[in-house]
Design a protein around this ligand. Structure first.
Ligand code: BES
Ligand code: MN
Ligand code: MN
Length: 480
């Protein structure tokens, strides 16, 4: 049975593919890397570009200054958030759409086959390759594609839309919580919002569309060991002094087992065990160990049991060690004793964990482990950023609308997933507005967000744009 979505809209998406891809390449060409101070101006340029695009398709927008922050010891202006609005019909539902226009760093030398900030179209595979193609410029542009049809053809949208786009998501969404909380109050910009839709994640596999009802939270730590007043020669000082790097490696070694068990006492223990009903959800997902290993590019899954591997990502916390700042990392074989080194690691959190509950356990653990070393070096622990985990009711009409839209566009039932990644503002939307939040992904599980050769398949860009539009029509058609 055909849904309420105009056929003309679906055809418009197909017949305007080239223009949409051109717009995506314009967006990818702006290296809006929020985590790199030298690119902060590009994040501002990206805000201006997106703001201009939104205006062109009829959105009433404003840029909101979020103030300044300190990153790696440098005082920097925060890129503005873009708030937008289109339609204000009391008889229609109002949906709030969120996305981020900043991206992760990327250099060709990291191992890219193409220039990361030049969108490359691989005609053979249909891949649109470039940093941000999937995370999160492609999905944002999907919404623009939907708006362009309605604006150009003067077709009224089936719902009122409010937009909230930010440029600091990849760096912890600095400044955004306060804005969302403020604007969610009575009379605020988001007052009257009925539900939220975020397209900023991926299908579980490469075949089945997904709707997502959970995200892990995050707490990010920097643990610094310092001692000598300067870098030392290991031939001159080796075995005469306490070495910061030795201490740090010992500390990092106490955090997590090679099997992924978190060794910080009390952290894994906070999470209730799954019952058989919950395990059945994971068993039912269209996923195999081969999917993980294909996406990871190696046969390195922690177990041969699909349910246990999926639970590791969806409903268990994880601890990852990301890097060591200050360590010798160049070419050659420098015989240095680094004077000051910082280990960086983070813990992905699941309900009922929160950064506030986990941080004291981590700090106590590190202090006790350091005391055991009997070192005369100094230890400092910093919390870089964090966010709470989020879980939503997937029986809500917001999810129902997305389910119907998925059936119409893809002719398939979507997977219902919880994600291992984090979007810190998700829970803030859910709590401040008191409405349902839906994650409606555009890209596939092998898109390689944050990795080399990030891509979005052309078919996902186009069908995904149809999906976002169709979801709006299904939202309007469904009773609250
Ligand atoms: N789009 C991701 C979030 C995501 C990742 C959802 C994987 C689902 C699966 C987002 O852009 C992201 O990378 N978030 C960061 C947040 C962090 C910096 C607070 C993340 O998860 O590392
Ligand atoms: Mn993202
Ligand atoms: Mn990301």
């Amino acid at each position: 049975m055909p849904g309420p979505t105009p056929k003309e809209f679906l055809n418009y998406i197909d017949s305007h593919a080239d223009g949409f891809i051109k717009r995506l390449s314009d967006a990818v060409a702006i290296p809006s890397i929020s985590g790199d101070a030298t690119h902060r101006k590009d994040v501002f340029a990206m805000a201006d570009w997106l703001n201009g695009q939104l205006k062109q398709v009829g959105v009433d927008t404003k840029l909101v200054d979020l103030g300044r922050h300190t990153m790696d010891g440098e005082d920097l202006p925060l890129p503005p958030a873009i708030l937008g609005q289109i339609g204000n019909d009391k008889g229609k539902k109002t949906v709030l759409i969120y996305g981020h226009f900043d991206v992760q760093p990327a250099n060709k030398s990291d191992g890219w086959d193409t220039e990361p900030f030049t969108l490359t179209i691989d005609e053979k595979t249909g891949r649109l390759i470039g940093r941000g193609s999937s995370d999160d410029k492609g999905p944002i542009l999907g919404w623009l594609n939907v708006l362009q049809y309605h604006h150009e053809k003067k077709v009224p949208l089936p719902v009122n839309i409010k937009f909230c786009f930010e440029g600091m998501e990849e760096s912890g969404s600095e400044g955004l919580d306060e804005l969302v909380e403020r604007e969610s109050k009575k009379g605020g910009y988001f007052d009257g919002v009925d539900c939220v839709c975020i397209s900023d994640n991926y299908w579980l596999n490469t075949r089945t569309p997904a709707l997502t009802y959970g995200l892990r939270g995050l707490s990010y730590y920097k643990v610094t060991i310092s001692g000598p007043a300067r870098d030392l020669h290991s031939g001159v000082f080796g075995r005469m002094v306490h070495e910061p790097m030795t201490d740090l490696i010992q500390l990092l070694n106490t955090l997590v087992s090679p099997q992924g068990d978190i060794l910080v006492k009390g952290v894994d223990e906070m999470v209730p065990r799954p019952d058989e009903d919950e395990k059945a959800i994971y068993a039912g997902l269209n996923y195999s160990i081969a999917d993980v290993e294909e996406a990871a590019g190696a046969s390195i899954a922690l177990s041969a049991d699909k349910v246990s591997v999926l639970m590791g990502r969806m409903r268990e916390p994880s601890l990852s060690i990301h890097g060591i700042e200050g360590a010798f990392s160049g070419a050659g074989a420098k015989t240095v004793i680094p004077a000051k080194v910082s280990g960086k690691f983070s813990i992905r959190l699941v309900p009922p964990q929160t950064p506030a509950a986990v941080d004291p356990l981590v700090i106590a653990h590190l202090e006790a482990a350091f005391a055991k070393l009997g070192s005369k070096n100094n230890l400092t622990i910093e919390n870089l950023h964090g966010g709470k985990p989020w879980i939503a009711d997937h029986r809500h009409w917001n999810f129902e609308a997305a389910k119907k839209a998925t059936r119409e566009v893809y002719g398939q039932e979507p997977d219902l997933t919880r994600e291992g990644g984090s979007i810190p503002v998700t829970l803030t939307f859910a709590e401040s507005l008191g409405v349902n939040v839906l994650l409606l992904p555009m890209g596939r599980g092998d898109d390689g967000a944050h990795s080399t050769n990030e891509k979005l398949d052309k078919s996902n860009f186009l069908e995904g744009s149809k999906l976002l539009g169709t979801y709006l029509y299904e939202l309007a058609a469904i009773a609250k």
